[in-house]
Every structure is written in C-alpha cells, then in structure tokens.
Design a protein around this ligand. Structure first.
Ligand SMILES: C[S@@+](CC[C@H](N)C(=O)[O-])C[C@H]1O[C@@H](n2cnc3c(N)ncnc32)[C@H](O)[C@@H]1O
Length: 274
C-alpha cells in the first residue's frame, strides 16, 4: 500500500514538473525574437544575449528564411552596412526583418511578423498624421464610404477617417499587438462605434465591401496585392497608396502628389480608381 501511495505521489510530482516545464517552454516560444530576411542576399549578423555568458554568436540567414530566438532576454544584433557596424537592441517577443531602406541600404526593421504561414507585406511604420489627412482629402470621401486600411498598423487612418468624415472603417493587420493598439486608439478618439479592427492576413481577408482602400506597404507587396484588389474591389473603388505605386495599375492612376510630412521626410501619395 505504501509503495502504491509513493508511486502515485511520484506520478503527480512528475505531472506538475512536466506542466511547469510546458508553461516555461510556451512562454519562451511566445517571447521568441524572430528575424526574417526579406532582402535578396544572404545576411551575416552577430547576436549577443544580454543575460548570457555565451558571448557573441555569428549567424548567417538565407533569403526568405526566419531565425527564431526563444527566450525572455533582450538581445544585441549587429550587422554591417558598408563600412558601418550597426547594433540594435532587440526585445523578446518582437519580430524583426532585414530589408532595404528607401536608399537601398541594408536595415533591420521592427516587424511585421515572424510567421511562416503569412506573407510579410511590410514592417510597421505609421503614416505621419499630415499625410493621412492629405490621403483622405485626395480620396474625396463622402458619407456613404466604407474605408479599409490593409495592414492598418495602429489604426490611425481608419480612426482619422471616422473622426473627421464620420465614415465607417475597417482596419486589418496580422499583428495582434497592432490590433490591440488600434482598439485602444479608437476608444481614445471616441469612434469605436464606427470602426472595426480585425486580426488577419490581408491576402486571405475579405475586403470586398470597401469603397475606399488605403495601403502603406512596399512596391513588391502592392504588386502581390494587385490580383486580390482586382478580384475583390468593385469598379469605382478608390485606392490610395502611401509612398509606393501599384505596379501594373498605371492606367488607373488618377492623382498623385509629393509632400513634406510632419516627420521632415518627403512622402508620395498615389490615388487609383479601380
Ligand atoms: C507600413 S505599416 C502601415 C500602417 C498603417 N496603414 C499606416 O499607414 O499608418 C504596414 C502594416 O502592415 C502589416 N502587415 C504586414 N503583413 C501583413 C499581412 N500579411 N496581413 C495583414 N497585415 C500585414 C504590418 O503589421 C504593419 O502594421
């Protein structure tokens, strides 16, 4: 009898240890830093986990691949850009991607996601408010319009459209963190009744009810989105793209401007009619 009680106790102990281990693994996995290579070259970089005694580790990532670093500690990531050595501190749980910046130089961006089952269309960079204002003006919005922002980030375009023009809007983003921010921002702007934020991959989402679509992706992402836009959007729908053109839609371009943003940078806006 004593033997039986002991083995049951041992089994229970093992179950508790196993469950605790599972929890640690899940937490580590959830807090993984991911680095995706969205360039067209193999990228060499060095990582150093702040709390680890292992020292710097040399890494090499192939085109299109994702490196995953589970754990709860921040990590230094160093890479070369020409003669320059650049080091960023990466946060646990955040996705990062090597891409080219607007001058074609290698850069490590935050986001957009570290998932293998979804297309990485662009990292999160918000459109400056003054540019959002201009995009909405150029869209010639009327009261009946429904605006969809594909890759909505923190929801700023949908929220401004609801606040200024009183129209309904839907923001779609793959990143749960962005959707959470968007909902908080909508509440702050008191437009929750007009807006909705959905967590989804826009290449798999339904946005066919839109009469105005806004995009701030990259040229290659706009090209990838073009067949989806052509399939889903009704003729007459206005598509406004920040900074990047939609390749193959040259004949649909009805307006474009170049302006200064409140960030001091130059911004292009392209307006298309489907
Ligand atoms: C450059 S930001 C634009 C944010 C916002 N539209 C703006 O202009 O301020 C691009 C956004 O697209 C999102 N994104 C990237 N790939 C995506 C995908 N496959 N489906 C949905 N959203 C995606 C990113 O998470 C990011 O928030």
């Amino acid at each position: 009898m004593r033997k039986r009680v002991l083995s049951i106790a041992l089994l229970l102990l093992m179950a508790v240890v196993f469950q605790a281990q599972e929890k640690v693994n899940t937490a580590d996995e959830e807090l993984a830093i991911t680095i995706r290579n969205v360039t067209n070259e193999v990228v060499q970089y060095v990582i150093e986990v702040e709390s680890s005694k292992r020292g710097p580790m040399r890494k090499s990532i192939k085109v299109g691949k994702i490196d995953r670093y589970p754990g709860v500690s921040p990590m230094d990531c160093t890479f070369s850009r020409g003669d320059e050595e650049i080091t960023y501190l990466l946060d646990p749980g955040q996705p990062y991607s090597f891409r080219y910046d607007e001058d074609g130089a290698l850069e490590l961006y935050e986001g957009s996601h570290g998932r293998l089952d979804a297309v990485d269309l662009a990292p999160f960079v918000g459109t400056p408010p003054i540019v959002v204002e201009k995009m909405l003006k150029m869209a010639q919005i009327d009261k009946e319009d429904i605006l969809y922002d594909l890759g909505c980030g923190d929801g700023r375009i949908v929220i401004m459209a609801a606040r200024v023009y009183g129209i309904r809007g839907v923001g779609i983003d793959l990143e749960p963190k962005r959707i959470e921010e968007s909902r908080i921002n909508a509440k702050g702007a008191k437009v929750e009744s007009l807006v909705e934020f959905r967590q989804a991959d826009v290449t798999k989402a339904d946005f066919s009810e839109a009469t105005v679509v806004t995009l701030y992706l990259l040229t290659e992402s706009n090209e990838l989105m073009r067949p989806f836009l052509e399939k889903q959007l009704k003729p007459g729908t206005t598509v406004v793209s920040h900074n990047y053109e939609i390749p193959g839609w040259e004949v649909k371009l009805i307006d474009d401007v170049t302006m200064q943003g409140d960030d001091g940078g130059t911004h292009n806006i392209y307006v298309y009619r489907r």
